[in-house]
Design a protein around this ligand. Structure first.
Ligand code: ADP
Ligand code: MG
Length: 569
């Protein structure tokens, strides 16, 4: 390892030279208190910034062992350090002058969720932070003095003010760790108490705007109906009360604009833990919960949608259904079947984004358009069995169709952003009417979706670069595999740009496997997740210079991406 004095010397030697001379800086240098690794140097001042990391040894970093020894606490601490480093960086970014990205210093921008990321890793108390910097230049002429400023004055400040425990707000860090413990316990309680989700009293569910995930100011705090209230004892926060949504079928009804979709959105995102101040710190749903929606135009490959769709006019086989351009109902049917195969325990459905004909067909329409002319078996006819025989809970927002009252175990009414339990009232009303939903015959029982996904999928040969499948990300909502765009705009539980990056790497790994011999997609995904568990997210891009910023993803989301990939043969 070289010393910082040697780096200083190298810098002096390349001042005013042409930009590529910066490459000679690559390497690891010992600074006071940490090691700086210049992992990859950008080719020119306009290219993606250079990749660096700092490594602070345990003795210097000084975090108490109980803050990082357990997985979820470690994730919370790393998340917090990434945020602190990000704040510290803001004071110094773009101070060094020059063209293009000269002087830029940046790290992962964390949102409201607490996610495991490659930006910060704590192992055995040693802290590794990956970040980026734009090496300064005037035109293409190296501004070594600018980089000297970054590496010798700004960075030591940033590191010591955000990564040395002795210099940090220790009360804040303690509260971050305690929150992570409370959230961990809350999630364990869900399973113990057979709840699909929990929303604490006082939670703030609506967000600031369509483009900001921050909490809405002056929102009406959530309050559970008394009949659904459960008390959960958390180790630090103490006992909290809130609405426990039991396993089973839950209907969220209510007038338009009364907060139904806002509640459902909070449950969709309740698969993640949220930071203090978010308003959803104590909102949790089972981690395998999957949002189901209609998605016209998506590709579907080899999915058995026959419990929902049969007798298509073109005679297409719906037990092994493929299309390049699904309709509203077929896309939603595929989304349900795929979620089941990906191990979802809860399906979350909002009428705002459903195909009406997939959800229900009213009695008059059933009379006029008789069975054999209608390929669709509405979801409502299969939902009870999905729960009773296969344990899949369903939470549905429906303000316009009353049929779901018949199959719901719990009915919540949202009224002026307040939740009411109207189950008793509605069931009484239904008792006075004839039950239209009495176990109607379905052409294909839903059970066949639960036989396990035994499909061996093959994928087309994807474009390669130096032997590797080519991937390119174009935002949070899509990426390219070779020349195929994978559009994941409607995989709504992906919250973060870096999750999309991870998903693109996961897909690349899966495709490389499946190209060779074809493979069982669910099995392959499981082994990929095992690899990530054991060797870290970093193992997804071996050989690639890190930092490639990656964030944790779920099995359900990896499979959602694979299922939308148009290269499956
Ligand atoms: P619905 O699905 O019942 O039509 P939404 O959930 O879309 O209603 O909510 C309608 C509007 O009310 C949204 O703009 C949302 O941000 C706002 N809103 C939701 N919940 C609250 C709340 N608790 N306090 C204040 N405003 C809210
Ligand atoms: Mg709505």
């Amino acid at each position: 390892m070289k010393t910082q004095t040697e780096l200083d010397k190298l810098l002096k030697g390349i001042n005013r030279k042409s930009y590529p001379a910066y490459k000679s800086l690559q390497g690891v240098y010992q600074f006071d208190g940490y090691q700086l690794d210049i992992c990859h140097v950008q080719g020119d001042p306009f290219a993606a910034p250079s990749k660096l990391s700092v490594y602070v040894k345990k003795e210097q970093a000084g975090f108490p062992e109980q803050y990082y020894s357990t997985g979820y606490k470690n994730t919370a601490l790393c998340d917090h350090l990434t945020r602190l480093f990000g704040q510290a960086v803001k004071r110094y970014t773009l101070k060094a002058e020059g063209s293009g990205k000269s002087g830029l210093i940046s790290i992962s921008r964390c949102g409201q969720e607490i996610l495991k990321r490659t930006a910060a890793v704590i192992k055995d108390g040693n802290v590794l932070i990956r970040f980026e910097a734009g090496f300064p230049a005037f035109g293409r002429t190296i501004n070594a003095e600018g980089l000297r400023e970054i590496l010798f004055s700004y960075l030591p400040e940033i590191v010591s003010s955000s990564l040395y425990y002795k210099n940090l707000g220790q009360t804040k860090i303690k509260s971050v760790i305690e929150l992570s413990e409370d959230q961990h316990v809350l999630r364990k309680e869900l399973k113990k108490r057979k709840l699909a989700a929990f929303v604490a009293n006082g939670a703030i569910l609506p967000r600031e705007s369509g483009v900001s995930q921050k909490p809405m100011k002056n929102a009406i705090p959530f309050k559970s109906p008394e009949s659904m209230e459960v008390i959960i004892d958390l180790p630090y926060k103490g006992s909290i009360k809130g609405m426990g949504i039991p396993e089973g079928i839950t209907l969220v009804a209510g007038g338009g604009y009364h907060g139904k979709s806002t509640l459902l959105k909070a449950l969709e995102q309740g698969i993640y833990n949220h930071i203090a101040g978010d308003g959803r710190e104590y909102v949790a749903s089972l981690e395998t919960a999957v949002k189901i929606r209609a998605e016209d135009g998506r590709a579907v490959s080899h999915v058995n949608i026959s419990p929902f769709i049969n007798n298509l006019p073109n005679g297409k086989d719906t037990t092994d259904f493929s299309t390049e351009n699904a309709s509203g109902s077929t896309s939603q049917a595929a989304n349900v079947a795929e979620a089941v195969q990906a191990g979802a325990d809860v399906l979350l459905i909002d009428e705002d984004t459903c195909a009406t004909n997939f959800m229900d067909r009213d009695a008059l329409m059933q009379e006029v358009i008789s069975g054999k002319h209608e390929p669709i078996t509405p979801f409502i006819m299969q939902a009870r069995k999905m729960y009773e025989e296969h344990g899949i809970s369903i939470i549905i927002v429906a303000g316009s169709s009353g049929s779901y009252f018949y199959i719901a175990d719990k009915i919540i009414q949202m009224d002026n952003y307040n939740a009411y339990d109207i189950t008793g009232k509605v069931k009484e009303l239904l008792n006075r009417r004839e039950n239209r939903c009495q176990s109607q015959e379905v052409p294909v029982p839903v059970n066949i979706l639960f036989n396990g996904d035994k499909r061996v999928l093959k994928v087309k040969k994807a474009d390669r670069k130096r032997g590797q499948v080519k991937i390119k990300q174009s935002g949070k909502d899509s990426f390219l595999i070779g020349k195929e765009t994978v559009d994941i705009k409607y995989v709504e539980q992906i919250m973060d740009y870096e999750q999309t990056t991870t998903l693109s790497y996961c897909l690349k790994a899966l495709i490389e496997q499946m190209e060779i011999k074809g493979a069982d997609a669910v099995n392959e995904t499981d082994s990929l997740l095992k690899q990530i568990q054991e060797k870290g997210l970093e193992s997804l891009c071996p050989g690639a210079y890190l930092p490639v910023y990656l964030a944790q993803v779920r099995k359900q989301d990896i499979l959602s991406c694979l299922n939308r990939y148009r290269g499956i043969c």
